[in-house]
Structure formats: C-alpha cells, structure tokens
Design a protein around this ligand. Structure first.
Ligand code: G4P
Length: 538
C-alpha cells in the first residue's frame, strides 16, 4: 500500500458528503486553568492518539499537545499558535481545533471559532462562568455555534450542580440540559446518574490520569441499594430538572439556545468518554458553507477551503509560514494545484501538513471539516479562499473583532522606513494585529489595535526579527470601540477621551477611553450613529 493509500484508509477515502458526515470539528472554549490542556489530552488519550497522558501537566514542563514554537511562547510557557488535532473515534473523525487560552488571548482565539461547527464550553466546577469563557461564548452565540458544556474538576470541592446550571440560564440565557447528574457533592463525588439511559456510572480515583478509568455501571435498582441517600437525592434532582424542561432537546441545541451539560474530571478521565459520545451523537457535522454572495457551496463541489490562521516562524530551523485552512467542500489531495481566490493565482499544495504542537504529519487527503496546514504559503492571508476547478468561489473574509488595546507604532530606525511599512502591511494582512490609520497622526504613525496585548509583543518581535525594522510602541488609553455609522459625524468624535481611526476596509472606528466616555458623548450628541463591532465581516 502506498503512503497515499495508507493515509486515505485512515481518514477514509472517497465521497466528500459521506466523509463530512463522519467529521466533528470543534474547539474548547474556557478560561485559563479550567483544564483545557488536560481535557484535550484526555480526549486524545481516550481516542488513543497519545500513548500516555501526563505529558502536558504542569505549566513549566509542558510539551507535546500544547504548541510551543516561538521562543517567546516557550519563555512564557503558554500557547500562542492555533492548530488542529485529528483523531478517530467510533466511526468518526474528530478535529479538535486549539484555541490559545492565556489571559492575554488574542484575535486568533476568536478566529478559530470561524472554523468550527460546535464548541465545548469547559467550566471549572468551583468557578462557573469566567470572563474569558464569556467573551468566547459571545462569539459562539453571534455565530450560532452549538455549545456542549463540560463542568470539570468535579473530583474536588466546588459549587452545587444546580447553582452552576442556574448560572448558565441566568447569566447567558443558555438553557442547561444535563445529560448526566452528579451523585454526591463535588469533593465527595461518587459518580453520575445517566439521565438518558438511566442507571449509575461510578467514579473511581485514578492516579494521574495515565490510563483510562475503568467505569463501574449499576442499574438504578442496584444504585439505590448500594449508594442509598446520595443516589436518591440525585434521582430527585434529576426529576426536578425534567419537570423544569431540562431534558435533551436536539433542536434547541442546534439553534444554540440550549446546551447539553456533562459533569466530569478531565485529570481523572472521568466523563471524557461521555463527552466524545455526545460529540459523535449530537454535534453537527460540517455543512455547506455560504460564499460572499450568500450562496452555499455544496459539500460535493470541488475542493474549497478558507484560511483561518497564518503562523510564521513556527520552526526556527526553517523560516516557514504556515496557513491553516479549513476544508469546506470536496476532497483535498496533497500536491493538487488550487486557485487563490484573492489573486487568481495558482497555489501548489505540495507541502500540506497536519500540525498540532510539535507533531507534524503530512496530510495526504482531507475532507470538509478537516484542517490542513499549508507550508510556504507566503501569498496567503487570513480569510483567503482556496478552491480547485470550477466554479470559482470566495468565502467571506475573516471577521475582525472589537479591539481593546491600541498603540501608535513608530520605527526606531528612520533608515528602515521602507521595511517598516512593508512589515506593518504584512502583519495587517496576516491578522497579527489590526492596523488603523489616523488622519491627525499621519501615515508614518500607524495605530496597532488588538484584542489582547500579547498581539503587540508578537508584532514587535516579528518587526525586529523578520523585517529588521525595530519599532517603538506608544500605548493609547482606549478600551471601547464603536463603528462610525455616519462619516459626517467624525468631528464630534474627536475629543479628549475619544479618537477616530480609519480601518483598511474604509470604515471608521471610534475609540473611547471607557464606557463612561462613550455614554457621556452620546448624551451630549444623541444623534450620533455608533454601532457595535462584533465579527463584522459577516
Ligand atoms: P488550561 O489549559 O485550561 O489552562 O488548564 P490546564 O489543563 O493546564 O489545567 C489547569 C490546572 O487544573 C492543572 O493543575 C490541572 O492539573 C488541573 N486540572 C485539570 N483538570 C482537572 C480536574 O478534573 N480536576 C482537578 N482537581 N484538577 C484539574 P496545575 O496545578 O496547573 O498543574 P499540575 O501541578 O496539576 O500538573
């Protein structure tokens, strides 16, 4: 069997529609420390991709699953890059897209959500909804992405299950539909009641999560006899949930108005298999994607994909540039020559890779929902479309998100003005930072805008190391933005606490120091036409 045939049999060769049916492409959204890396590893372990869990535990010695290409990234022990982990489970192919999860997170984290069909919202049982989870959830809601909730760390003391469920409906308007229900409080965890199949799944402490936990299953009668009061309480609470309408409603999940909820412990591998089962059973498969004209590209159409992430300098030994593209239709075969929609130029896919952490495998074939890393992709930018054959297709560009950090960039070496301009343009195209212009500050002083301040560090580092055009950043005090709906109102938006910038797409963005500044200006000029910036490319 050739390498190509080998790879085809692993992912399943042939019909893109059938292959799409087998795909589940999702990301985990969570606040730092909720256990995303641990869960990622546990999922992969369950699917037996990794031979041993434990490789990524501990921030300092983390390796393997979490990407650590850039020197800066290594120094901080965090993940800046995003890529995808693919594994088989049941008869499905699961694509887990990595969302960088540091407190300083960036637009990359958001962009990954444009390439998934569902999300797993991971909560720490002691903390519930946390700020970063809320931000990411907002993006899911805006895009209509169905969300499965996994309440983690149930092996140790935390909040009551009912309270956590109430928080979901009260704070974010997402109706909880618990599929399992904990028996015994967090910290004295006995296992879960399986609300769909009935019966009890026992939790056993496992050392370090290095192996799959053997799970004891009992019928309801056995559980009542063996566990007693704690089981009885779980049964009563579960009945209350049913009376409240908290049973599984697949339509509500698909509409993203309700979320299936599971309780577990990623580090103990408890509930992880159930999560995979739910993904396979309930999570949506890739569907036809709408192009810029709103017309859906059928799954069986020739190959098409869009770039959701561009990463440079992943491998210091080879100054390469990898564009991560999500396949939308057809079959991808390594070596095929595709068209880059933005330029109409051909692009050869000889070096296609699947990249996750340090692991790089050559991709031979890919189907809708899969992610391919295209190496030497110097012409490709975030949001670009690639397609094969005819008809031509172009998917909507990548949304840009409301920036919360601003800085004026100046070259610290006037002799490198040309490199400075080129570098800034390149960073803008790649989506490393948003590049804005100010009519008052002039062309030589572009304003960099970012969702997370770490994007500035990446920009500074790249300007110096790659373009040899070191920059100085002067931070601006703005935190809140709105789109300017009426150009003639610009002068009213130039105040001591606000400023207007031009975006590359020609629109104008008003930035304010804070909510108070925004509100008082609106009070002064109620006629101001200001709009929210959320994923506005779509
Ligand atoms: P993150 O990627 O979301 O930032 O979280 P990560 O997986 O790094 O997990 C954060 C911490 O929470 C880790 O502890 C991890 O071991 C712990 N953790 C993850 N899942 C569970 C769970 O189900 N139960 C309990 N009790 N802890 C969990 P750490 O102190 O940072 O590292 P380590 O010293 O435990 O290795």
């Amino acid at each position: 069997m050739s390498a190509t045939e080998d790879a085809r049999s692993a992912v399943g060769g042939g019909d893109p529609v059938q292959q799409a049916r087998r795909r589940r492409t999702f990301a985990v959204i969570s606040h730092p420390d909720a256990g995303k890396s641990t869960l990622t590893e546990a999922l992969a372990l369950h699917a037996r991709v990794l031979s041993e869990a434990g490789a990524v535990h501990g921030k300092a010695g983390r390796r393997g699953v979490v990407s650590d290409w850039l020197a800066m990234e290594r120094a901080r022990g965090i993940s800046i890059t995003s890529a995808a982990l693919q594994f088989g489970y049941d008869d499905c192919v699961i694509n887990l897209l990595d969302t960088p999860g540091h407190a300083d997170f960036s637009e990359d984290t958001y962009r990954v959500l444009s390439a998934v069909d569902s999300a797993v919202m991971l909560l720490d049982a002691a903390k519930g909804l946390e700020p970063q989870t809320l931000k990411l959830f907002d993006v899911c809601r805006h895009r209509g992405i169905p969300v499965i909730t996994f309440i983690n760390k149930w092996d140790r003391p935390g909040r009551a299950a009912l309270e956590l469920c109430d928080e979901l409906s009260e704070r974010i308007g997402l109706s909880p539909m618990p599929l399992t229900w904990p028996v015994g409080e967090a910290g004295h965890f006995r296992g879960v009641l399986d609300r769909e199949a009935g019966g009890f799944v026992g939790y056993e402490r496992q050392a370090g999560g290095a192996q799959l936990a053997a799970q004891q299953r009992l019928s309801a009668e056995q559980a009542a006899a063996e566990i007693g009061a704690e089981w009885q309480q779980a049964v009563e609470e579960s009945e209350l949930l049913s009376a409240d309408g908290a049973d599984l409603d697949i339509a509500a999940f698909n509409e993203a108005s309700a979320t299936p909820v599971l309780f577990g412990s990623a580090v103990r591998n408890f509930g992880v298999g159930q999560l995979l089962d739910v993904l396979v059973r309930l999570a949506p498969q890739p569907g036809p994607r709408a192009d810029v004209r709103g017309k859906s590209r059928p799954l069986e159409a020739p190959f098409s994909a869009f770039v959701f992430k561009v990463q440079t300098g992943m491998d210091p030994a080879h100054r390469d540039r990898v564009a991560f593209a999500r396949v939308c239709s057809g079959e991808f075969e390594r070596g095929m020559v595709v068209t880059h929609a933005a330029t109409g130029r051909p692009f050869a896919t000889k070096y296609a890779q699947q990249v996750f952490g340090r692991q790089r495998d050559t991709v031979e074939t890919a189907y809708p929902g899969d992610v391919v890393g295209l190496v030497n992709a110097s012409a490709l930018g975030v949001g670009d479309t690639l397609y094969a054959g005819k008809p031509a297709v172009e998917f909507p560009g990548m949304p840009s998100f409301a920036p919360e950090h601003f800085a004026v960039a100046r070259t610290s070496d006037p002799g490198r003005a040309k490199q400075f301009r080129r570098g800034i343009e390149q960073l803008s195209q790649e989506g490393v930072v948003q590049v804005l212009h100010s009519q008052t500050r002039g062309e030589g002083a572009p304003v960099l805008a970012a969702v997370g301040p770490m994007q500035f560090d990446v920009a500074t580092h790249r300007m110096e190391s790659e373009f040899r055009a070191p920059i100085e950043l002067e931070r601006l005090p703005y935190r809140v933005v709105r789109l300017v709906g009426d150009e003639s109102q610009r002068p009213r938006l130039q105040t001591r606490t606000s400023e207007v910038f031009d975006r590359p797409d020609g629109s104008a963005l008003a930035a304010f120091t804070d909510d108070i500044a925004l509100r008082s200006l609106i009070r002064l000029h109620p006629e101001l036409d200001l709009r929210h910036v959320v994923a506005d490319a779509e």
